[in-house]
Design a protein around this ligand. Structure first.
Ligand code: NAP
Length: 286
């Protein structure tokens, strides 16, 4: 298959290229195709003429989205509508990435693909709008919700990932406060990339939850980073109430990979094993 990979230099994009070995991957960065430039994106994708358009792009500085709703909707919804139209015209499959933040977190049961979304922030609302457009408009699509991504490339949109931020703070001997009242599933982009590569050649189109297994609070995740890497850190828990941010985050956004399990295709390992693999890759214990 020929796959046009948008956001190729992002942390997920970076790990998708090797995971999709065996296919012809055409990596596209913002330089080649800024997705908000609808005409140019159409010309570039039409020239590539892919079987799959794989969209990892997003404006996901969650707090900044509160001040820049137009930009959030431009990248996370309107640009997605353009990709849907292009994919339909080229008879290509669209694989689009969404987020756990579409849920409000007022539960303690993992969300499945049939759970009702209720976004709490501009970012979450713009991503859910992108989801609705994909589900309503794309002829052939995979829509993948994931959570808490970290990968060796570091998040371009956020200027580094959580693991690297924790390690950098510890090395600067800063005292580190991390929220212990938001429950998530941190997900290694290498694992997500391989899981995507697993479903992409199938025709089991539709909505998927794809995260590593298990769950933890951000504080527990930070503890695990320091335990496994052996780095000393002055770490203590805090609460969302004390650590106020402009955008509201769900208190619980654990996703169940229900559809993958139903199809017998779930290959995701426990988040702690994935973290160990990441830190080993970075030569930091594991
Ligand atoms: N990070 C998380 O914790 C998380 C959690 C749940 C879901 N997600 C979703 O997962 C996906 C991948 O996230 P990630 O962590 O890999 O993000 P990332 O590292 O920031 O990568 C995003 C990529 O999109 C590109 N991009 C942004 N705006 C663009 C535009 N207008 N035109 C073309 N390219 C553009 C960025 O390019 P530049 O380098 O030029 O900016 C970057 O290469 C996103 O859809 C995100 O919403 C992420």
């Amino acid at each position: 298959m020929k796959i046009a990979l948008l956001g190729a230099n992002g942390q997920l994009g970076h790990d998708l290229e090797p995971a999709l070995r065996g296919h012809v991957v055409v990596p596209l960065t913002r330089k080649e195709a800024d997705v908000t430039d609808f005409g140019r994106t159409r010309r570039v994708l039409t020239d590539v003429s892919p079987h799959v358009i794989l969209n990892t792009t997003a404006y996901h500085r969650v707090d900044d989205c509160e001040d820049r709703p137009e930009h959030a909707f431009q990248v996370n919804a309107l640009a997605v509508l353009n990709l849907i139209c292009i994919a339909n015209d080229l008879d290509a499959v669209l694989l689009h990435i969404s987020t756990d933040y579409v849920f409000d977190g007022n539960t303690r049961e993992p969300y499945t693909e049939s759970s009702q979304p209720f976004p709490l922030s501009v970012y979450a609302t713009s991503k859910l709008s992108g989801e609705f457009l994909v589900r309503a408009g794309a002829k052939k699509y995979f829509l993948v919700r994931t959570c808490g991504l970290y990968g060796v490339a570091g998040s371009h949109g956020k200027g580094g990932n959580f693991v690297e931020t924790m390690i950098a703070k510890a090395r600067r001997h800063e005292s580190i406060r991390v929220v212990s009242d938001q429950v998530v599933t941190p997900t290694y982009t290498v694992d997500l990339a391989h899981q995507i590569a697993r479903i992409l050649p199938t025709t089991y189109y539709g909505l998927y939850h794809m995260t590593n297994e298990g769950c933890c609070t951000w504080y527990e995740f930070a503890q695990a980073i320091f335990d496994i890497s052996g780095i000393d850190a002055d770490l203590s828990p805090t609460t969302s109430e004390l650590y106020k941010t402009p955008a509201i985050r769900p208190r619980y956004s654990v996703l169940e990979n229900a559809r993958l399990k139903q199809l017998g295709l779930n290959e995701m390992r426990h988040w702690r094993d994935a973290l160990r693999a990441y830190l080993k890759e970075k030569s930091l214990g594991g």
